[in-house]
Ligand binder design. Structure first.
Ligand code: NAD
Length: 464
């Protein structure tokens, strides 16, 4: 797709306030594929004004009409699926198959779920002698990361629109092209001008201006815990609503009765997908001492299928590549056993990292504690089920996880004791309606489904 050289504000592409641009680089070959404007506080202010002006009209639009616009948006995203996949492959580097199915496919599902929810959600409830109105929070500032660039946008914008909010989006600087494509899609879907606005730019400039803008009623942020803390503090000081989807270090717990080969293979696929750039990835695999070496051998065999440049793409940029290679070096230094991969770059060109498996990882090692955000799996050994639970919960994060057992009841009993927001039971499937979000430092608030819609609503109680 061709990059726009302006911002999408008030239903039109307009020139940016400043002259600066951001180069978009294809991480697979390191070539510049386009430039987008680097937004300033002035662009953010213009966009917030447009969103504020559009808010009363959109909030008063009947939910069935809002649902029809979101359904039209879903249809445009479905019709432009090929172009979306190509764009994500170009700016994120993900293999074409993954871009088609996940990066282009999941947003269609999520937009579809909100078209349906907007039409069916009870925006009013009776409680004794009260009628409770569920009203939109107002103007939403959405700040998104690059790892699932369109999904992260749709997971915020679709529920906000369903609720009756208007939005200003500041997408990640590494992946702004698919955000521009999304802005085109909102226009094609017939959203009134100002309901959705896009300002591309750098986090500490445009992102911060949006998070600090006094006429933004709510900030929804996905990204690193460090930036999330800052945004949470700013929102707290301004007494405004905030939703934070932050990092993770999730556990894949394989209990003694589980199908080991299946659990290990699905676990490896989960970590290697999207080059490991998934906040909910199960990067710590927990196996009982008796079957530990068998699991290590299975994991090493499974990861051999992930050939850089074929099944696994590069990391998003040189900085992430260096960061992940640094973690691999640290793992070796701290005494973890390297059974696949390693810190050397596997290809001369592109920001690739070797898919890596570490065994003999102990809970105190850096690779077991910090979020690596790359194709690196750690296998930890546990003595008994209580030990497994202690290790699984021994993290500042709590975003996701998996449990494998002889039957679902045993896995569920374990999952109930985990301090985390989402757990896949014996290989459970993705559900776009299930609330997604973190315990502990993984964030506050939930995305997706009816819980994700509720984030953008506030109550007004009428007593009779
Ligand atoms: P990041 O926090 O640096 O950036 C995320 C977004 O915030 C980008 O749009 C960026 O421009 C913006 N930003 C940066 N500094 C800002 C500031 N001072 N004020 C306002 N906005 C600012 O994260 P990243 O490096 O782009 O993404 C990787 C991290 O994101 C990983 O640590 C990962 O765990 C996390 N992540 C979490 C989830 C989740 O759902 N929980 C999803 C994806 C990524």
């Amino acid at each position: 797709m061709k990059a726009h050289d302006g911002m999408y504000i008030g239903g039109a592409w307009r020139p940016a306030a400043g002259q600066d641009t951001i180069a978009v680089v294809n991480p697979a070959d390191e070539q510049v594929i386009g430039h987008v404007p680097a937004g300033t506080a002035q662009d953010v202010d213009d966009a917030v004004r447009a969103a504020r002006a559009a808010f009363p009209g959109w909030a008063a639009t009947p939910p069935t009409e809002r649902a029809a616009r979101i359904a039209a948006l879903r249809d445009v995203l479905a019709a432009r699926r090929g172009e979306i996949a190509e764009t994500v492959t170009a700016e994120l580097g993900s293999p074409p198959g993954l871009s088609q199915v996940v990066h282009a496919g999941v947003p269609v599902l999520v937009a579809g779920s909100y078209a349906e929810l907007a039409a069916t959600y009870a925006f009013e409830e009776k409680l004794g002698n009260s009628t409770v109105l569920l009203e939109p929070v107002g103007v939403v500032g959405a700040i998104t990361p690059w790892n699932y660039p369109l999904h992260q946008i749709v997971a915020k914008v679709a529920p906000a629109l369903a609720a009756g909010c208007t939005v200003v989006l500041k997408p990640a600087e590494d992946t702004p092209l698919v955000a521009q494509l999304f802005a085109e899609a909102t226009e094609e879907a017939g959203l009134p001008g100002g309901v959705f606005n896009l300002v591309t730019g750098l986090g500490p400039v445009a992102g911060q201006a949006l998070a600090e803008h006094e006429d933004v009623d709510m900030v929804s942020f996905t990204g690193s815990t460090a930036v999330g803390r800052q945004i949470g503090a700013t929102a707290g000081a301004a007494v405004k609503r905030v939703a934070l989807e932050l990092g993770g270090k999730s556990a894949n717990v394989i209990l003694p009765g589980a199908d080991l080969a299946r659990a290990v293979n699905v676990g490896v696929a989960n970590v290697m997908s999207n080059s490991g750039q998934t906040c909910s990835a199960w990067t710590r695999m927990l196996v009982d001492a008796e079957r530990y070496e068998e699991a290590v051998a299975l994991a090493a065999a499974a990861v051999a299928k992930y050939v850089p440049g074929e099944r696994v793409g590069p990391l998003v940029n040189a900085k992430q590549q260096a960061r992940v290679r640094g973690y691999i070096e640290k793992g070796v230094e701290e005494g973890a056993r390297l059974v696949a991969g390693g810190p050397e770059a596997p290809r001369e060109q592109g920001y690739y990292v070797r898919p890596t498996v570490f065994a003999d990882v102990t809970p105190d090692m850096t690779v077991a504690r910090e979020e690596i955000f790359g194709p690196v799996l750690c296998l930890l050994r546990y003595e008994d089920v209580d030990d497994a639970l202690r290790i699984a919960n021994d993290t500042v994060y709590g975003l996701a996880g998996a449990v494998w057992a002889a039957d679902d009841a045993e896995a569920v009993a374990f999952a109930r004791r985990m301090d985390t927001g989402q757990v896949d039971i014996n290989g459970g499937r993705f559900n776009p309606l299930a609330p997604f979000g973190g315990y502990k430092l993984s964030g506050v608030g939930r995305e997706l489904g009816p819980h994700g819609l509720a984030e953008y609503l506030q109550t007004k109680s009428l007593q009779f």
